[in-house]
Ligand binder design. Structure first.
Ligand code: SF4
Length: 250
């Protein structure tokens, strides 16, 4: 026993203090994007075409970036126009708020409506459905339950049964094989309930967008309350989004 107490003393407190203190983010991390417009309309058109995933597009002649579609590639071919900051706060409550435009104020996720906030501010349980994902989003979500993040201290847990859950947490592009399981899980969660789309695939299908085998994410099937972009999102991006809808981050 003494050995355990000594080990605990030696190791100290291992959990990140987020959101009280920011988390150390490595310089190579690709977070909130910043756009630099090309010198002309045709130049912007050319740059937009370099993104093979349709994340870059022209909006009134200006380059815009859809964070929900962007895979935050390590070697973005549009690097002349897109640079990534190390800001990991990316989650939003509305799909449109994932569109980044030059000079536009950054959007973040807002609190749930008052009736839901009253219920879920201190306790929010999720049933996770991996709807055809590659397991990267699941891995970065799982890590939140480890000692480093200790998600349970906020009253947030991933539970085994949808009957015990307050919300559905979806990763993956929702393949046809997983469509029924996703919808049945949602149905099994008691009302009122929320839906979280975690990662580019769950938001819009990610690199699989347009495939007849997938449903281009969960939004076309269910109402989504929180969009967490990334491929995969960093654990702090996921945690930050959840805490914001719970009203735990102003
Ligand atoms: S990071 Fe990847 S997905 Fe995003 S704009 Fe660049 S090429 Fe497109």
């Amino acid at each position: 026993m003494l050995r355990e107490i000594f080990a605990r003393y030696r190791q100290g407190y291992q959990t990140f203090a987020y959101p009280k203190k920011p988390v150390d983010i490595p310089e190579r991390f690709r977070g909130y994007p910043v756009l630099i417009q090309g010198s002309s309309h045709s130049e912007n058109e050319r740059i937009a075409r370099t993104c093979g995933f349709g994340a870059l597009f022209l909006d009134d002649g200006n380059l815009a970036l859809d964070m929900g579609r962007c895979l935050f590639c390590s070697d973005c071919p549009a690097h002349e126009a897109v640079s990534f900051t190390t800001d990991p706060v990316l989650a939003v409550s509305r799909r449109d708020d994932l569109i980044v435009r030059s000079g536009q104020a950054k959007k973040t996720a807002g609190q749930l409506p008052p009736d839901l906030l009253k219920l879920f501010r201190k306790s929010l349980k999720f049933r996770e459905v991996s709807a055809g994902g590659c397991n990267a989003c699941e891995a970065d979500t799982n890590v939140l339950s480890t000692i480093g993040w200790d998600l349970g201290r906020f009253g947030v847990q991933f539970v085994a049964s949808p009957r015990h859950a307050d919300g559905l947490f979806v990763t993956g592009p929702v393949s046809e094989n997983m469509r029924a399981a996703t919808l049945l899980t949602y149905e099994a969660i008691p009302n009122p309930k929320i839906v979280v789309a975690c990662g580019a695939c769950a938001i819009c299908g990610g690199p699989f967008t347009g495939s007849p085998e997938i449903h281009d994410g969960v939004e076309g099937l269910l109402p989504v309350d929180l969009f967490i972009p990334g491929c995969p999102p960093h654990p702090v991006t996921i945690l930050d989004g959840i805490l914001r809808i719970m009203g735990r981050i102003p």
